[in-house]
Each structure stands twice: as structure tokens, then as C-alpha cells.
Write a protein that binds this ligand. Structure first.
Ligand code: SF4
Length: 221
């Protein structure tokens, strides 16, 4: 799937941000929100010179709520962003480099303990902001995995858990060189978002989809 999508769409150059801290802001702001709205929030933060840990530290919670209003859920997202900076200051001397130097599993666990951080946000921060080789899963990958019969919800469950999707990606790239995996995970997640937006939304539009051949092969089993 990675190869077919890469051939169709080319490199995606993710994450769309200028700095690791901007990636982190975007990972929080994009929760349940279209990227266009996130861009408007990022523009507001940029105009307020709040696209850095120091900038975000300086502005009040109330002002932060106003600046990120385009992304919605401000009563949850604004305190969550402040909590991230408080952790960075309190435990890592305000340094993203020091934070990134933690071992992957311990760092993931610490991120998951923060308010407003679920597995998808934690993994997006790990991969795209902090350079750790972890796969990122989302609703687009969930749809593709189900429609291509790669995974099915276990008995009594309505959906596939996040960790099962991430593990599916991990196993798919298990034979690739360790040093290449971060880039493969990076590209694969971006490519699944691209095909999800173009073809695999709530309703599948399989005609012309780069993964249509794989779908036909899966349904012939
Ligand atoms: S649109 Fe169809 S072929 Fe494309 S990824 Fe979705 S299910 Fe597969």
C-alpha cells in the first residue's frame, strides 16, 4: 500500500509545519478538527508571536483560547497546550531536545499522562516533532484496514482499537531497516491521509483509487 500510494501521490513532506514546536501545536489543534481551521489558529498564534514555548508561556490562558478559537474545543485544547509547556519547563528545562532524548516508551507514556493527549496525538508528536520511529494511526487507516479485510473488530467490539492499527503498521514495516522506519512511518501516515481525503471517506470512492487493485485482490479471497 505504501508503494502504490507513494507512486500515485509522491512524497508528502509531512508534517506541514516550520518547527517541531509548531508540529506539537498542530497535533493538539487538529483533534476533531479540519486542517484548514488549524491553519487559521496557527496564523493567529504566529501573529501573537506565540509559536514557541516562550511565546505560549507568555500569553494568558484566556488569550490562548481566543487565538485558537478556529480549531474549536478551546476549553480543552488551551489548558492542554499550557500543560504541555508546564511539563516542558518543569521536567525538561524548557527544552524539546531534552524531551526528545528520553527513551521512546517512557516518553510516550509521559505524553499520554498529559491532559488532552491520546495515542494518536502522542504518536504524532513522537514521530513528527521528536523524531522517534513510531507509527501513527487514525480513522482513515481504520477504514482502509477494515475495507481491505486486514483487521476486523474483535467479538463484542464495534471498532478496532488504536494499538491494533499501529501494530499492523509496525508489522508491515518490520523487515525494513531500523534507520529507515521513521521516514517510512512518516510517509505512510501522510499517504493514508491523502488517499482517505481523496477516496476513502465515510463512503468509499474506489474508482480511480491507487489501492483499488489491492481491494479487488482482498475481496477475491
Ligand atoms: S477507496 Fe476503496 S480502494 Fe481506496 S482505500 Fe478505500 S476501500 Fe480501498
Amino acid at each position: 500500500m505504501h508503494d502504490a500510494l507513494f507512486e500515485a501521490y509522491g512524497p508528502q513532506h509531512w508534517w506541514p509545519a516550520k518547527t517541531p514546536f509548531e508540529v506539537i501545536l498542530g497535533a493538539y489543534l487538529t483533534q476533531n478538527t479540519a486542517w484548514k481551521a488549524v491553519e487559521r489558529s496557527i496564523e493567529n498564534l504566529c501573529a501573537a508571536e506565540a509559536l514557541t514555548p516562550a511565546g505560549l508561556r507568555r500569553i494568558s490562558l484566556e488569550r490562548l483560547r481566543r487565538l485558537i478559537r478556529p480549531s474549536g474545543f478551546v476549553t480543552r485544547k488551551a489548558p492542554a497546550l499550557k500543560a504541555f509547556v508546564a511539563m516542558l519547563d518543569g521536567e525538561f528545562e524548557g527544552s524539546l531536545e531534552t524531551l526528545a532524548a528520553m527513551p521512546t516508551e517512557a516518553l510516550r507514556q509521559r505524553l499520554l499522562e498529559l491532559p488532552g493527549v491520546g495515542p494518536e496525538t502522542a504518536d504524532a508528536i513522537l514521530l513528527y516533532a521528536l523524531g522517534h520511529a513510531v507509527p501513527v494511526a487514525d480513522e482513515y487507516l481504520r477504514r482502509i484496514a477494515v475495507r481491505h479485510q486486514l483487521l476486523a473488530p474483535s467479538a463484542g467490539r464495534r471498532t478496532i482499537p488504536y494499538d491494533a492499527l499501529a501494530d499492523l503498521t509496525r508489522r508491515a514495516f518490520a523487515n525494513d531497516a531500523l534507520g529507515a522506519r521513521a521516514q517510512l512511518y512518516n510517509e505512510f501516515h501522510a499517504l493514508t491521509v491523502a488517499v482517505g481525503k481523496a477516496h476513502c471517506g465515510r463512503t468509499a470512492r474506489c474508482e480511480g483509487c491507487p489501492l483499488a487493485d489491492d481491494l479487488n485482490a482482498a475481496s477475491s479471497f
